[in-house]
Design a protein around this ligand. Structure first.
Ligand code: SAM
Length: 333
């Protein structure tokens, strides 16, 4: 990236107030790195959230089916964590589809707070739930999980069941996941955390789940470029990039990349970003765990495992964790 003309980014945002400063900074810094990177949270604008929902319906995308099977079987067990004042806070709630299974299994639950970065999608999902579950008070929270969570004082004082499905935890680098789990463990009045995580398995099955035959995941990934073109007046030519899913064995994760088909320059605000043919933008990680590696991560992060549930095929897991009050000494640098 040539930075000759790139002024201080905060000044850029003063030039045009329409740019979201956090988004602008993140994209510019990410594209300036040696390995060009875009934080995966930016995949979820309104269109990205819609495309993600289409992914969850694909034959190749087993995580949603497997997690739904588990929740259908086991959600009733969560009743032990519910008192009349309990709020279930769902992290990365998206369309809140699986939530309905949990709400149906927990009739005593009267407060639900879905939290997501995708504002428009969250609002629609929250309205739909309010309409279908009139006895439940629904309080949507637009927030970025990578930051400190700021709850209203009313929510802060309520007993909490934290629900974190969808293997969204896998999108975080292990160190980041540890930090986030620690932040949740330190929240007030948390009875339990229910978290869905994807399991290590045959690489070809994993690749198919992230590079499906209908090209829906490719569309999800490419939508990032459309978003950057729209919101930052960039000129990415979508025909000149393609989607790739890779297995990184060392880090036990699927990576999504956008690969440049040729040498090219892309203009974005006042910056010129140069790509060599074959160079990639790393756009998402999806870490895969074993029961053991997830147990270690949980223990290091202030949680004790109460249960780990699996689907019949052993593809996916949902863990029920309780705060342990113990935080192992692991460097969080
Ligand atoms: C993998 S999807 C899972 C959606 C849904 N929970 C499910 O199980 O199908 C990840 C969800 O987390 C949200 N998300 C991703 N990064 C986020 C962040 N940093 N802060 C808040 N929400 C985030 C996305 O908008 C999306 O709804």
């Amino acid at each position: 990236m040539h930075t000759k003309n790139l002024k201080d980014i905060s000044k850029l945002s003063n030039v045009n107030k329409n740019y979201d400063l956090t988004f602008t900074k993140s994209i510019l810094f990410g594209l300036k790195a040696r390995q060009k990177t875009i934080e995966s949270k930016w995949l979820y604008d309104e269109n990205g959230s819609k495309i993600f929902d289409a992914i969850t319906e694909l034959e190749e995308y087993y995580p949603t089916r497997a997690e739904t099977e588990i929740l259908r079987k086991c959600s009733g067990d969560l009743a032990q964590f519910i008192s009349p004042d309990t709020v279930m806070i769902e992290l990365g709630s998206g369309s809140s589809t699986k939530t309905r299974l949990v709400l149906d299994a927990l009739p005593a639950l009267k407060h639900y707070a879905p939290l997501d970065i995708s504002k428009e999608y969250l609002e629609v999902a929250a309205k739909g739930l309010s309409a279908d579950y009139p006895s439940i008070e629904v309080t949507p929270i637009v927030a970025d999980l990578t930051n400190e969570m700021k709850l209203t004082s009313a929510l802060e004082e309520m007993p909490k069941l934290i629900f974190f499905p969808g293997s969204t935890i896998g999108n975080f680098e292990v160190n980041e996941a540890r930090k986030m789990l620690r932040r949740i463990a330190k929240m007030k009045h948390v009875a339990a955390l229910v978290v869905g995580f994807d399991l290590v398995k045959d690489t070809s099955k994993l690749i198919r789940a992230y590079d499906d035959s209908k090209g829906v995941t490719a569309m999800f990934n490419m939508n990032l470029l459309t978003r950057i073109n729209r919101e930052l007046h960039a000129d990415f030519d979508l025909e000149m990039f393609y989607h790739e899913a890779r297995w990184n064995d060392k880090l036990s994760r699927i990576e999504m990349h956008l690969v440049s088909k040729c040498n090219q320059d892309v203009y974005l605000l006042e910056a010129c970003i140069s790509f060599k043919a074959g160079e990639t933008i790393h756009t998402e990680n999806s870490h895969k765990y074993t029961a053991d590696s997830f147990t270690t991560l949980s223990k290091e992060s202030g949680w004790a495992i109460q249960d780990i549930w699996n689907d019949e095929e052993g593809l996916f897991a949902v863990a029920v964790l309780k705060p342990s009050g113990e935080f192992c000494l692991v460097s969080l640098a």
